[in-house]
Design a protein around this ligand. Structure first.
Ligand code: SF4
Length: 370
């Protein structure tokens, strides 16, 4: 386990390029040693995670879907709540989508919940599910595994490129010990999550430090090669808080597309050169066929989603005319303020609800005087 075992001598160091058999031999040797060291490390350091305490394919499926783009620590409480509420596939299939989204609220990437609910063939990471749940020899290539492989084997092209993907899949497949894929995949994922982390890889305590090419060349933090980030768009969104007999009007977004199936206050994106006031009146008309008049500005909330940011401007509005019709929405309902928590809202709308609540709650001192 100490990195003392030396690799076969490098042909380049003697002044001539390595021959093909040499390169193949070195690759196989590195694969063999990586596999052995990783397995021995995992036997001592495997993380205790709720989905690892079972072989139930349903639990494995849910965990793999939730873990897409989301960190383990964030997923754990959601997973436990979700499994308690939907103990098996039929339980989820029977539930209304609203309940599923409510359980998912805050975890983001709501398409995952919708697809899971449909029980369609959305197996987000078929390899992990097959290997962990059914013991199949299928490799996994999530973000953590990609990072480890790029470093250990010094892959110097962007992981998203097709050719790099091919290389990484081939490495992951060659590394996998036959019949032990599930455990091995989890070991690789754990190593990436706890030791070979993105910004500060803990090389001195890494079981692969003796075989890792990035470590040998001091390139551990420059690999994997990063693809430049695109600027995150920002939108101003104006929404209406319309009250009637103590209830507030909310609308459900159409199921397909961004934040599909979630509830929100009616409204939408401000157009170029449009005032927020004009925007909210127009949006409510287009979305629900209602005419409203602005009474006052209520609150402004900023929220960052993964691929965009919004500033939400909420206006209290009076209903002037018309009956709600779901023109650019999936459904609408009038709801008591206390019942808003029964509906799944995106993070931005949730901030408006919190702000409305704190605005209507008298300060503690004045409550005490009453
Ligand atoms: S030695 Fe460092 S860079 Fe290489 S796999 Fe281990 S933690 Fe990652």
């Amino acid at each position: 386990m100490s990195g003392s075992t030396s690799l076969p001598p490098r042909a380049e160091s003697r002044g001539c390029p390595p021959s093909r058999p040499d390169r193949r031999q070195r690759r196989s040797e590195r694969i063999r040693r990586t596999r052995r060291r990783l397995r021995s490390w995992y036997a001592r350091h495997a993380r205790d995670l709720p989905w690892r305490r079972t072989r139930d394919p349903w639990a494995v499926w849910v965990s793999e879907v939730m873990l897409q783009q989301t960190q383990v620590a964030t997923v754990v409480p959601y997973f436990e709540r979700f499994m308690k509420r939907f103990a098996d596939v039929p339980a989820l299939a029977r539930a209304p989508l609203d309940d599923v989204l409510k359980c998912w609220e805050g975890l983001g990437y709501y398409g995952r919940a919708r697809n899971l609910h449909k029980a369609a063939k959305v197996v987000v990471d078929a390899g992990a599910i097959a290997s962990i749940a059914f013991g199949c020899d299928e490799p996994v290539l999530d973000g953590n595994v990609t990072r480890v492989l790029c470093r250990v084997f010094r892959v110097r092209t962007a992981p998203k490129e097709t050719a790099t993907q091919k290389t990484l899949w081939s490495l992951a497949r060659d590394l996998m010990p036959r019949g032990r894929a599930g455990e091995f995949n989890q070991a690789l994922m754990d190593l990436g999550a706890t030791v070979c982390t993105s910004r500060r890889p803990a090389c001195p305590r890494c079981p692969l430090r003796g075989v890792c090419l990035a470590r040998a060349r001091g390139e551990e933090t420059s690999l994997p090669v990063r693809t430049p980030r695109r600027p995150v768009p920002h939108w101003d969104v104006a929404v209406a808080v319309i009250r009637k007999r103590g209830r507030i009007l909310i609308a459900r977004r159409k199921p397909e597309g961004l934040l599909g199936g979630l509830w929100e206050f009616p409204g939408g994106k401000r157009r170029r050169n449009e005032s927020l006031e004009t925007c909210v009146v127009r949006e409510v008309r287009e979305e629900l066929g209602l005419e409203v008049r602005i009474r006052r500005a209520l609150v402004t909330a900023r929220h960052a989603y993964t691929h965009f940011r919004v500033t939400l401007h909420a206006f209290e509005c009076d209903h002037v005319s018309g009956r709600p019709r779901p023109l650019a929405a999936d459904a609408w309902t009038w709801v008591r303020p206390d019942d808003l928590d029964d509906y799944a809202f995106p993070g931005g709308s949730r901030k408006i609800i919190d702000a409305l609540r704190s605005a209507s709650t008298p300060p503690a001192a004045s409550r005490r005087r009453k």
